[in-house]
Design a protein around this ligand. Structure first.
Ligand SMILES: [Zn+2]
Length: 252
């Protein structure tokens, strides 16, 4: 009965969408770095703000991949599962993805040359860029983080227990964001990409990849909407420090 109610609510609220070209974000990256892993918004509500995005889950349990109105959890045991609407996220960035540029990427590219190619297409580094690449990947290196126990350790400590997976010749989707440099402390400046395979069986936070090409879609966004936690934990965090060094460690 509860499930039906959730489904009806999701169908009703699913129509309410954020204005176009809006990146919606839950919490801040520095709060996550400081160990604020308690879920703030349900996946059901997050889906009313977008249909493509990345993030994590309550207690830092795995990597989030939102794609085509579905949310998947890439877990530290290497499995991927479809997540129901009542699971919460402590940190996520999503967008109602509408490509304003679509191109066929050909030839072998590394992660770096892929980024350079996308940068050439989306020159304005001071806007948000949502990215989706459906293609084939000769190599794909991803990670996921296991569920954390309270008191939560800082993210730099938690990722020491990350599980790393390397796949060869996989088909799937690379998606995420290139954020402007000025989001420092709020989100990840530069590129932050996650992967999910076409069969939805593997995925995670990308550490490195090569691609043999695919369809690249880019959506430049000039609106940014933040939803900050109202919990006691957030109000007591020291968010005055510069955590860029920690972030660098955590991302790679
Ligand atoms: Zn990530």
């Amino acid at each position: 009965m509860k499930k039906w109610l959730a489904l009806i609510l999701l169908l009703l609220t699913g129509c309410a969408t954020a204005p176009k070209n809006t990146v919606t974000q839950v919490s801040t990256i520095d709060a996550l770095l400081a160990g604020a892993y308690d879920g703030q918004m349900t996946v059901g509500e997050l889906l009313t703000h977008g249909d493509l995005g990345i993030g994590t889950f309550d207690a830092l349990e795995g990597e989030m991949i939102m794609i085509d109105h579905h949310v998947y959890q890439a877990r530290a045991d290497g499995t991927v599962r479809l997540i129901s609407g009542d699971t919460a996220t402590p940190f996520a960035s999503v967008v109602n993805f509408k490509a304003d540029m679509t191109t066929c990427l050909k030839g072998a590219l590394t992660e770096k040359t892929f980024q350079t190619s996308a940068d050439k297409l989306a020159l304005n580094q001071n806007l948000f860029l949502a990215v989706r690449l459906d293609g084939t990947f000769p190599s794909m290196k991803v990670r996921s983080v296991p569920k954390q126990a309270k008191p939560y350790p800082p993210l730099a400590e938690a990722v020491q227990h990350q599980a790393v997976f390397e796949y060869t010749n996989v088909t799937g989707t690379v998606l995420g964001f290139r954020c402007p440099a000025f989001v420092k402390g709020v989100n990840v400046p530069g590129w932050h990409l996650h992967f999910i395979s076409k069969d939805r069986k593997t995925g995670g936070h990308i550490l490195d990849f090569t691609t043999a090409g695919g369809i690249l879609q880019l959506d430049t966004c000039n609106r940014f909407y933040m939803i900050l936690p109202e919990q006691q934990k957030f109000s007591t965090l020291d968010l005055s420090q510069d955590r860029s060094k920690e972030l660098e460690k955590v991302e790679k």
